[in-house]
Design a protein around this ligand. Structure first.
Ligand code: ACO
Length: 321
């Protein structure tokens, strides 16, 4: 049985922080940030807005788009690195806030690659008949992990949430080849020092995000390109057949570099990084939601998703929408 994406939703907090706003607190400029990253602004959650609130708002929209209600949901996977509490999982908090019935709910932690990892996990449940209506959510409050004195990192990230509903393909034979067609997931723990948070429960402090930006950049283009080729092979498609490329929105230069390397034309690349910055696990579903809402992505289109993040982790997924 195939798993199909039946609904997409997104949520961005109201507060918008521009590059000029950041130039008031660190030694940077709109010109530098736009030229090096393509980022112009980002959204920031208010102090009383936990990540589960962002996740719930995105999930409600995805359920509505799928024509489902919270009572239908039997699996919730939240990809996040900025959960409300150390435990329980943000997924169970989302379950309670949505009013979803007893089912399966847990978080996936693969940082910026989290959404692709979570989608693969949900695919396993749905394709094996172990879930009938899965919510896969990428939700982050990355601004809470920033060192606001480090201009090399604090300008790059934003907050937000995106969600999809994944269900079994109904009426096989009539819906042709729609579904989650192929995945390639990767991790290399030896590259931890390139991107990490210098704290955690076992070390007694929350910590701040630390990054060797130029090293991450170097690894990103090469690693992601290999995963894209592997995911396309897993799906049995050629990269040239892809209608829309929905990369993790970290940096315009990285995603253009990847597209060029794997031979995807510019007009097929969905970019939201200018307005959202890097929202980690939320960036792919937020970009997907943007292009579904504005009518570019339509049912039956072939989509290619990819991400890379701390770990290092990375991966790609091919979806017939
Ligand atoms: N404003 C002004 N100057 C800055 C800023 C800033 N915000 N940040 C760094 N600089 C300075 C540095 O201090 C350095 O100055 P120096 O030469 O006097 O020492 C100079 O700019 C060059 O620094 P680099 O780090 O070499 O700059 P680079 O061209 O590599 O750009 C950037 C930095 C934008 C972070 C880039 O490396 C990058 O985008 N890397 C990818 C990181 C990323 O996207 N991570 C997200 C998580 S992983 C992922 O999602 C793929």
């Amino acid at each position: 049985m195939r798993s199909v994406v039946t609904g997409v939703g997104g949520y961005l907090p109201d507060q918008v922080v521009t590059n000029d706003d950041l130039a008031k607190i660190v030694d940077t400029s709109d010109e530098w940030i736009v030229e090096r990253t393509g980022i112009r602004r980002r959204h920031k959650a208010s102090d009383d807005q936990p990540v589960s609130d962002l996740a719930v708002a995105a999930a409600r929209k995805a359920l509505e788009a799928a024509g489902r209600s919270p009572e239908d949901v039997d699996l919730i996977v939240v990809a996040t690195t900025t959960g409300d509490l150390t435990f329980p999982a943000t997924a169970t908090i989302v379950q309670r806030k949505l009013g979803a019935p007893v089912g399966v709910a847990f978080d996936v932690q693969a940082v910026c690659s989290g959404f692709v990892y979570a989608l693969s996990v949900a695919d396993g449940f749905v394709a094996r008949g172990r879930a009938k209506c899965a919510l896969v959510i990428g939700a982050e409050t990355m601004t809470r992990l920033m060192d606001w004195t480090d201009r090399g990192t604090c300008v790059l990230f934003g907050d937000g949430a995106g969600a999809v509903v994944v269900e079994p393909q109904m009426g096989e034979g009539t819906t042709e080849d729609r579904g989650l067609l192929g995945f390639a997931l990767r991790a290399d723990g030896t590259k931890q020092d390139l991107l990490y948070v210098d704290g955690g429960v076992s070390t007694g402090q929350v910590g701040k995000l630390r990054m060797q930006g130029n090293q991450v950049f170097r690894h990103a283009v090469v690693n992601i390109s290999e995963a894209i080729t592997a995911a396309a092979a897993d799906a049995g498609v050629e990269v040239s057949e892809v209608d829309w490329f929905i990369p993790h929105q970290a940096n315009l230069r990285i995603l253009e570099g990847v597209a060029r390397r794997v031979g995807i034309e510019d007009h097929k690349v969905i970019t939201t990084v200018a307005d959202h910055a890097n929202t980690s696990a939320a960036s792919i579903p937020l970009a997907l939601n943007t292009a579904v809402q504005d009518g570019r992505i339509k049912k039956g289109d072939l989509l290619l998703l990819e991400a890379m993040g701390g770990g290092l982790t990375w991966g790609a997924c091919v979806v017939r929408f």
